[in-house]
Write a protein that binds this ligand. Structure first.
Ligand code: COA
Ligand code: AMP
Length: 639
């Protein structure tokens, strides 16, 4: 038997008391948290261990997500309160949408989906930019018990097609276009291309026509968003099982095939309501701004769901941290909408810092409403955390989470009076997570030791119960390496104070400008090029984006074409197949890749060399001379 050297969350603060209370009675703790939700029927059992890959929360309970997020605020007399502020510098618009209006639009659009044949349990793919109609479509699905799957707009047609193929939607909701600084991105042709690639075809597509670029509609298949909404009767909410899926969100795994992360209705609502009170410390009427995208989990949870559940006002921003129009954009939005809490990704702050290192723009705006800054998406490097903390004079809380968990694993807790994290640390484990560091054999490690970050099962409510129609895949990806634990795929350590340091992925996933991407998926694209014999993609350090993909390719023998031309084709191919968001801008042609004697490519060595460090290649390297060749290629930019 291993001695239990697990790291205990320290007591002494309100946080310690709450964490200890959860540990003492995890089920009772979550039952109490569940009081924040309106249930149509209460659960038979708060937690059912034998259900699915690791168990299910609130089995037997029935509720409706949209009712909890909209109807109940209107019923309580808060219909006039602003639910969403849409601030779109790229289209020059600001719109305030009240809870009553959002409820009316959602109920009508739900009616429109029902009229197009969408029933409880059917899937609806949503491929839209940051427009309020994306939130309407998500909530409308929730209202009738349909399962939405939002696809980020920066993905190209083949990625959209892969998601359509897996989710098999009855309806697809799309916008005619998105707006990126300096260009209008035509979404509808990407949808048409995706449908030409997919074998599954939806019964209908609903297109939001934006005035900047209207789309041609296909007679019989495509419908105008506004027209179907206007023609529809509002749909009544459909009560669903707490354990029914609310959404599927595809995220990068270690292979080219994205993983369909499932979120349930009941546990999700409980976890989010709990998080708003305890982590973010916000109350009904407060303004929260999550500067992310509805295509990512952060956008699902903290642009749409959690703020509405708690009766907050949520800012939905269609713009960038810089360039729309300048590096003061964030401070302008905070001042204009009296934002109390900003949640963004460190990469956005680095982009601002690069253009406005002295923070001159901050002084031009009245940001007195701001109380705290929360960060996630990637680890915030200490210099950026210190810079922004000093500039704003507000607590900066880095908190760590994943698409799989849907809310934070570690955080600072405004609701428990313990919040600003040590720069570089992700804070402390949220009650609900027994987080430990394991070695390669699954043994729990003492404080201060680096290893695999893992959560002892069961996971708390809100975490993915499974992958879409793939229980075995879920177990393989997360549960089998360390039986009894959820393997996060992140490495790091827990220090003697109980603070968690998340230092990076232990697999082939990289984080580019807060976007989670698979190097394996990019390698598959590079390898499909006719001239490429083999390749490796690694995440190299990038000053702004945190990481940027770097491709190394070995050409087939006999290929004599210009290397720069091939590299440019490969960059274009990744953009075309995965999307601009993959941001693979650098591909080097090399003679050989460094490998072990058993033929494993030494990606970690390549990454270290790209970052200017020693390769630290293992003794099993096949031929150490390759390292010199790679160093020369990296130095020259091309062979
Ligand atoms: N639709 C279409 N294209 C998109 C897109 C979308 N929704 N989002 C990004 N793209 C495109 C961009 O236009 C860009 O294209 P380009 O190569 O033609 O310039 C490409 O994808 C890469 O975009 P991005 O990674 O955003 O880089 P950028 O240089 O345009 O901007 C930042 C850098 C840091 C300003 C930006 O990435 C940012 O704001 N990041 C925050 C990320 C975030 O919120 N993550 C969520 C986790 S909390
Ligand atoms: P995603 O699923 O897109 O939210 O990406 C999840 C991954 O992003 C995690 O597994 C981490 O690698 C990384 N990540 C997110 N937030 C943090 C954070 N606060 N600190 C360190 N890494 C983070």
């Amino acid at each position: 038997m291993q001695p239990d050297r697990s790291v205990q969350a320290p007591g002494g603060s309100a946080y310690g008391t709450h964490y200890a209370a959860w540990r003492a009675d995890p089920r009772g703790w979550w039952e109490k948290a569940a009081e924040r939700i309106d249930w149509h029927r209460r659960w038979d059992q708060v937690f059912t261990p034998e259900s699915g890959p690791w168990g299910a929360w609130f089995a037997g309970a029935e509720m409706n997500t949209a009712v909890n997020y909209l109807d109940r605020h209107v019923a309580a007399g808060a219909g006039a309160r602003t639910a969403l502020i849409w601030d779109s510098p790229v289209s020059g618009q600001v719109r305030h949408i009240s809870y009553q209006e959002l409820l009316d639009r959602t109920a009508r659009f739900a009616g429109a989906l029902a009229a197009l044949g969408v029933r409880r349990g059917d899937r609806v793919v949503i491929y839209m930019p940051m427009v309020p109609e994306a939130a309407v479509a998500m909530l409308a699905c929730a209202r009738i018990g349909a399962i939405h799957s939002v696809v980020f707009g920066g993905f190209a047609a083949p990625e959209l097609a892969a998601r359509i193929e897996d989710a098999r939607p009855t309806v697809i909701v799309c916008a005619s276009c998105g707006i990126e600084p300096g260009r209008v991105v035509a979404y509808k042709p990407l949808l048409d291309q995706a449908l030409a690639l997919a074998t599954h075809q939806p019964a209908a597509c609903v297109i939001l026509q934006r005035p900047m670029l209207e789309a041609a509609l296909l007679l019989g298949r495509d419908h105008d968003f506004e027209a179907v909404t206007a023609a529809a009767a509002p749909a009544d909410p459909v009560m669903v099982a707490a354990t029914d899926p609310l959404y599927i969100l595809y995220t990068s795994g270690t292979t080219g095939k994205p993983k369909g992360i499932v979120r349930d209705n009941g546990g999700h609502a409980v976890a989010l309501a709990n998080s708003i009170a305890t982590i973010y410390g916000l109350q009904a009427g407060d303004v929260m701004w999550t500067a992310s995208d509805v295509g990512w989990v952060v956008g699902h949870s903290y642009i749409v769901y959690a703020p509405l559940l708690a009766g907050l006002t949520s800012v939905m921003y269609e713009g960038k941290p810089v360039g729309t129009p300048d590096a003061g954009a964030f401070w302008r939005v905070i001042a204009q909408h009296k934002v109390k809490l900003l949640f963004t990704a460190p990469t956005a702050l680095r982009a601002i810092k690069q253009q406005d290192p002295q923070g001159a723009h901050v002084a031009r705006h009245d940001i007195s409403s701001l109380e705290a800054l929360f960060l996630a998406g990637e680890r915030c490097d200490p210099p950026t955390a210190t810079w922004i903390g000093g500039l704003l004079g507000r607590p900066v809380v880095d908190h760590w989470w994943q698409t799989e968990t849907g809310w934070a694993i570690t955080a600072g807790f405004r609701g428990y009076g313990l919040f600003a994290s040590k720069p570089g640390s992700g804070g402390r484990p949220c009650p609900g997570h027994d987080l430990q560091v394991l070695d390669d054999h699954g043994a729990v490690q003492p404080a201060g030791t680096q290893g695999h970050l893992a959560v002892r099962l069961p996971l708390p409510p809100g975490c993915a119960p499974t992958l879409w129609q793939d229980d075995a895949g879920f177990s393989r990806a997360y549960l089998e390496d360390f039986p009894g634990w959820y393997r996060t795929g992140d490495g790091g350590m827990i220090d003697a104070d109980g603070d968690v340091w998340v230092m990076g992925r232990t697999d082939d996933i990289i984080n580019v400008a807060g976007h989670r991407l698979s190097t394996g998926a990019m390698e598959e694209v590079l390898a499909s090029h006719a001239d490429v014999a083999e390749c490796a993609v690694v995440g190299a350090h990038d000053e702004i984006k945190g990481q940027a993909p770097l491709g190394l390719v070995v050409l087939k023998s006999g290929v004599t074409r210009d290397h720069d031309a091939i590299a440019a084709e490969l960059v274009g191919l990744v953009r075309e197949r995965i999307g601009p968001v993959a941001a693979l801008r650098r591909v080097l042609v090399v003679a050989r890749l460094p490998k072990t004697r058993s033929g494993k490519i030494l990606r970690a060595s390549i990454r270290r060399m790209a970052d200017g460090q020693a390769a630290n290649a293992p003794a099993t390297i096949e031929d150490p001379a390759v390292l010199g060749e790679i160093a020369a290629a990296l130095g020259k930019g091309q062979t």
